[in-house]
Ligand binder design. Structure first.
Ligand SMILES: Cc1cc2nc3c(=O)[nH]c(=O)nc-3n(C[C@H](O)[C@H](O)[C@H](O)COP(=O)(O)O)c2cc1C
Length: 227
């Protein structure tokens, strides 16, 4: 039996119950990683009206992505708000589903060569719709295993597996992967809807990215974005 299948069996549930150590759900866990860096508040706007079937038909994975000459903070805010932002009517919830509303997955962004944003690695704080600078590191390219990507904006979906484990035991890992799929689909739909190209990259060198997070978060997807 291969290890993936073994994991699948070991993480099966006979009945729907939380892990014995489960917290009460919807807990926000702060990381030291998020503290101290400067914060940039984002704005957003409505995306020009489009039929949902057109938006879905236009979603695709770009295999060649060039850097933006520039993108505005409003565009970045619009992209993040409508894909992975918070709901208006229930501010603790977001525009994608999460088991138990625990939200173990986070969005990080590599940004470089931008007119008004310093080069660096940022974390998206959905609570106040801002990005927080974590470091000046902008090198995601060493993690890539493919040619054709020259983006100056690259999102990372990364998980706090331990938060999910505390709530759901071994099954928590599955939930992180499932949640990442929901997030990535929203991100692709919105990027294509606003005329940006992107690609959900699952094949990359984990450690190049994970060491930037002090191994606290584990990268699942790299999503370079550009023209
Ligand atoms: C889990 C997963 C991992 C993927 N990893 C990569 C990748 O490493 N590199 C890449 O260029 N595309 C990657 N893709 C995108 C697929 O190549 C793409 O979805 C597929 O070719 C279908 O094309 P479409 O997205 O344009 O419909 C991945 C997609 C998924 C769902």
């Amino acid at each position: 039996m291969n290890e993936g299948f073994r994991y699948h069996q070991l993480s099966s549930w006979n009945k729907l119950e939380k892990h014995p150590n489960a917290s009460q759900g919807n807990d926000k866990r702060d990381s030291n990683l998020f503290e101290g860096g400067f914060k940039i508040r984002l704005d957003y706007q409505c995306i020009p009206e489009q039929h949902i079937t057109d938006v879905i038909s236009r979603r695709y994975t770009a295999k060649e992505i060039r850097a933006f000459e520039d993108f505005s903070l409003k565009e970045l805010g619009t992209y993040l708000k409508w894909s992975v932002g918070r709901r208006f009517n229930e501010n603790t919830k977001r525009f994608y589903p999460s088991a138990g509303a625990n939200y173990p997955n986070h969005i990080f962004l590599f940004i470089k060569h931008h007119a008004s944003i310093d080069n660096g690695l940022y974390w998206y704080d959905s609570e106040d719709h801002s990005i927080v600078n974590l470091s000046g590191n902008v090198n995601y390219e060493d993690a890539l295993l493919q040619e054709g990507i020259a983006a100056n904006l690259c999102a990372v979906i990364a998980s706090d597996f331990s938060l999910s484990y505390e709530n759901y035991g071994e099954r928590g890992y599955r939930f992180c992967l499932l949640e990442a799929g929901h997030m990535a689909q929203n991100m692709m739909l919105i990027s294509n809807a606003i005329g940006w190209k992107s690609a959900p990259i699952g094949g990359f060198k984990d450690e190049v990215i994970n060491q930037l997070f002090g191994n606290e978060f584990k990268a699942l997807y790299l999503i370079p974005i550009g023209k």
